[in-house]
Design a protein around this ligand. Sequence first.
Ligand code: MTE
Length: 312
Amino acid sequence: MPLRPSCDILPSEITPPEIYRERRRFMLGMGVLAASATLGVAPDVQAGTRLAGVRSSAYTLGDEKTPYKAVTTYNNFYEFGTGKSDPADNAGSLITRPWTVTVEGEVGKPGVYDIDSLLKLAPLEERIYRMRCVEGWSMVIPWVGFPLSELIRRAAPTGKAKYVEFVSLNDPRQMPGQRSGVLDWPYVEGLRLDEAMHPLAILAVGLYGEVLPNQNGAPIRLVVPWKYGFKSAKSIVRIRFVEKQPLTAWMRAAPQEYGFYSNVNPQVDHPRWSQAKERRIGEFLKRDTLMFNGYGAQVAQLYRGMDLQRLF
Ligand code: MTE
């Protein structure tokens, strides 16, 4: 199991944004990204471009935001390698236009959505969320996105739809990490339908007011802030409504370590390390991890009567 329990950020692991952008400009100049150009990538969908018409929302926090450079250079995205800087170094090969998301399964209105139509599906909002990785670190990220419930409502789930499965892109030509067997690809995640409908669950298309960088899951990813970060699947191509609980990539890899629910819970340790505390990236001292990552007032009722030790 490759996840590291301790992952404190080292200054040497951070690529400053100027250098990152310079590297990207250099790659563009060299024609490394020319393939994306011929496939019709509009310059205005590149990471770093400001998203127009983003509304502020009630989802703000008193906590200081994690700096952009840490959010975009300290990542988990195993499709691009297991090192924290691998996604920022390697995800330039991901082509995010054209891109479609297939909505299927137990729904009255299945469909194939083009990413640019998804950007217009609902007003884009900024949502500043605490994010807690199962490895023991956390960040505060200003996402840009829209409620997942907006898409679900349009799909009109049938009475049989009990769960929603999210499938990430599976393309080893673009995703060098998929040439290794570190996980059984594609990356799959899932939520119970009522969790997916919760107003806190969003589909994110940006951060810090800009188009989502590839390493953060461009062009569209899930963000579920009361659960460990691995539930927030990146670069989604398929959303399937199903009757049975989906088998997620992490449950397939290590079922004794990763449960379906994966709610942030300081009282239930990972079999190999405590979940009681976390290191906020950029801070020195650890802080206490909060039940449901601090979102208990909003989400605890989803789990009323459940044994959270057993259904971890
Ligand atoms: N989605 C895919 N497709 N592949 C991954 O490896 N890693 C997960 C999650 N989504 C992952 C993924 C994990 S472990 C975390 S902590 C978050 O993405 C990290 O998101 P961030 O890099 O944007 O902070």
